[in-house]
Design a protein around this ligand. Structure first.
Ligand code: F3S
Length: 64
């Protein structure tokens, strides 16, 4: 699975980092970014959970 944050859509709520800090982090600009595009083994469920809860649907996933 691949994941990407749409930084133009992100409002910086911080939920994704709280939900899955191994996949997402907040930047100095106050928006989130993916730590790496390829989701590490075992983190898929947490990434999907964050994606489904993001208030502005800024977390985009793609199956490989
Ligand atoms: Fe931004 Fe959504 Fe995360 S608003 S900080 S991508 S939960």
């Amino acid at each position: 699975m691949k994941v990407r944050i749409d930084k133009d859509a992100c409002i910086g709520c911080g939920l994704c980092e709280a939900e899955c800090p191994k996949a997402f982090r907040m930047t100095d600009e106050g928006v989130a970014e993916e730590i790496q595009e390829k989701v590490p083994e075992g983190l898929e469920k947490d990434v999907e959970s964050a994606r489904d809860q993001c208030p502005v649907s800024a977390i985009l996933t793609e199956e490989e």
